[in-house]
Write a protein that binds this ligand. Structure first.
Ligand SMILES: [Fe+2]
Length: 282
């Protein structure tokens, strides 16, 4: 089975940019590449931060971008999203009936669980008791069977400033381990692909469709410069009974020149404080 992931699209309304990038155009390009080369995927996961400021106009751009993708889509929220606006734009987005956009997909290879870690007004993520209770119930239904869990905010540290805005979810590790067969955890949010093991659970933190960050370890202080890897990535995952592999997918053609001048330079702290704007861009 193949499935595909688009994470951290950060779409802005037409005519605007984010970090100097026309993120609507990037989303269209990423989706078009998946439609052209991976139309055989069983489903697509939108792993959160779909809209940069949660604007209705941005979700309309997303709807257009997804038009060529003729496969089921699982919508997930990130910190940048707006739950009300997303559900208005995509009433088909599955939700649990308790106000949260959480869903399940059952396949011959196991259960896939998609969580909602969006907490309005917060950059970090949260799984509150209501959301954790829903997760516990979904895990209990398939105890011991292969299960894959998706959440926008990683519950683990990646070793840079993102560690301050990761997921808060009391008891999550113990809950997943008690299930007995959580095969893999997928997250986004960090704009940088990484993989590893958290409390015995293998994870892939997938890269962003928007810009990605160069390796910049450590916290934020006045000396740290923002480093961009200008390419955007989608992810293509191949899964069978024996193995799974996660491919970062460079949907922007290698060799396509990107103008470094379009990206902000300078201290990371100042760029974040300025919302990632570049002089001369919106
Ligand atoms: Fe995020």
């Amino acid at each position: 089975m193949k499935f595909v992931i688009l994470s951290d699209l950060h779409i802005v309304p037409p005519g605007e940019t984010s970090h100097g990038v026309d993120t609507g155009a990037r989303a269209r390009r990423a989706a078009a590449e998946l439609a052209a080369n991976h139309a055989d995927a069983a489903f697509c996961v939108l792993l959160g931060d779909l809209a940069d400021h949660g604007a209705p106009e941005a979700y309309a751009v997303l709807r257009d971008a997804l038009a060529p993708l003729h496969m089921p889509v699982h919508f997930m929220l990130g910190n940048h999203d707006n739950r009300t606006n997303l559900l208005a734009a995509f009433p088909e987005a599955a939700h649990a009936g308790d106000g949260f956009v959480q869903s399940v997909r059952d396949t011959e290879l196991g259960r896939f669980i998609f969580l909602d870690s969006h907490e309005p007004g917060h950059v970090n993520g949260l799984l509150c008791p209501t959301r954790l209770a829903w997760l516990q119930a979904r895990l209990d239904e398939v105890a011991g069977q292969p299960t894959y869990v998706f959440v926008h905010h990683p519950p683990f540290n990646v070793g840079n400033f993102m560690d301050d805005i990761k997921l808060t979810a009391p008891g999550l590790a113990a809950m997943l381990k008690a299930h007995g067969n959580v095969q893999h955890l997928f997250s986004g949010h960090t704009h940088r692909h990484s993989s590893g093991i958290w409390n015995g659970i293998p994870f892939a933190n997938v890269g962003a469709v928007h810009y990605n960050c160069g390796l910049q370890l450590g916290g934020i202080d006045d000396s740290i410069q923002y480093r961009y890897d200008t390419l955007g990535y989608s992810s293509v995952v191949l899964l069978d009974a024996e193995q799974m592999i996660v491919h970062p997918n460079e949907y922007i053609s290698p060799g396509t020149p990107l103008d470094p001048a379009m990206f902000p330079t300078g201290p990371l702290k100042a760029i974040i404080a300025d919302g990632g704007r570049v002089p001369g861009h919106h």
